[in-house]
Write a protein that binds this ligand. Structure first.
Ligand SMILES: *[C@@H]1O[C@H](CO)[C@@H](O)[C@H](O)[C@H]1NC(C)=O
Ligand SMILES: *[C@@H]1O[C@H](CO)[C@@H](O)[C@H](O)[C@H]1NC(C)=O
Ligand SMILES: *[C@@H]1O[C@H](CO)[C@@H](O)[C@H](O)[C@H]1NC(C)=O
Length: 248
């Protein structure tokens, strides 16, 4: 009876002691052996990145495109370099698009709404607002990209094109149309105005790009020439995609 209590006490002690005595191995070759050891050695992030090669998403290059819907250079950029980059290296780029560009806004205290004046007229303001509403209701790039690309690659009456593109790309146009006439749509467009107007340096033209929040003339030119190359050069994470290998 006593012996069994003593033995089980020793056994329990042994087990607890064993758990407590895992410590960081001297040899760094063993640090990434498993999650527990990596954690004890304080090298989880390094193991993830260099040994286990796990993408946790934080390595993606942030890319933001400031544009307006009817500008010919924006249309060209979006349907060529930009669309190709999204199709080729989606795993290493985090895309944000901001439809506003060279527009201007004023606040009307009577209606409590913003009024917009756009470079290519009222049609462009409607186009920007349609994109703004689509981005709100279809926020993932997989959802909004087919519509955005369709409208940018099709000329014609803005509302007609949007209606046709919506039909082709599973966007509920009634919902979008209602949004463009609502306070919500007006507020959302204002948010993009604020985002565009707070750019540093301020944008001088469109399309205007930032990579990880920065803009230089050199980056802009590279983006228009070869956006895949530019994004690959900024990518510092594990497992660069095959398409990047030639630029590294
Ligand atoms: C992607 O960009 C958006 C907008 O800037 C940001 O909120 C989000 O955290 C970014 N995601 C990653 C994984 O970098
Ligand atoms: C991208 O933006 C997100 C959110 O602002 C940030 O957490 C992340 O570190 C950025 N990625 C790079 C590569 O700078
Ligand atoms: C965008 O449209 C262009 C021209 O129609 C097409 O070549 C390209 O594949 C499209 N891209 C996407 C992402 O749908």
């Amino acid at each position: 009876m006593y012996t069994s209590i003593i033995f089980s006490t020793i056994f329990i002690f042994f087990c607890i002691n064993n758990v407590l005595t895992i410590h960081c191995p001297k040899s760094s070759a063993k640090w990434c052996q498993n999650k527990e050891i990596a954690q004890i050695c304080g090298v989880t992030e390094q193991c993830k990145k260099f040994v286990w090669k796990i993408h946790d998403g934080n390595d993606k290059v942030n890319f933001t495109l400031y544009y307006e819907t009817l500008c010919p250079d924006c249309r060209y950029f979006m349907t060529t370099q930009f669309s190709k980059t999204y199709q080729t290296i989606p795993n290493i780029i985090n895309i944000t698009i901001v439809p506003y560009g060279n527009a201007h806004e004023t606040y009307d205290p009577t209606t409590k709404l913003y009024q917009f004046v756009c470079q290519h007229g009222a049609d462009e303001c409607l186009g920007n607002l349609i994109h703004t509403c689509v981005l709100n209701f279809y926020p993932t790039i997989e959802q909004y990209m087919p519509f955005v690309n369709c409208t940018e690659s099709t000329s014609g009456d803005v509302k007609t094109v949007a209606t046709q593109c919506a039909e082709k790309t599973k966007i509920d146009f009634n919902k979008i149309d209602a949004c463009t006439k609502s306070t919500l749509g007006n507020q959302l467009q204002h948010m993009y105005a604020v985002q565009t107007e707070s750019l540093q340096p301020p944008h001088k033209y469109v399309p205007w790009i930032t990579v990880n929040g920065k803009h230089t003339e050199e980056m802009q030119q590279e983006a228009e020439r070869n956006l895949i190359k530019l994004i690959c050069k900024f990518y510092k994470g594990p497992n660069p995609p095959a398409e990047c290998k030639k630029y590294l």
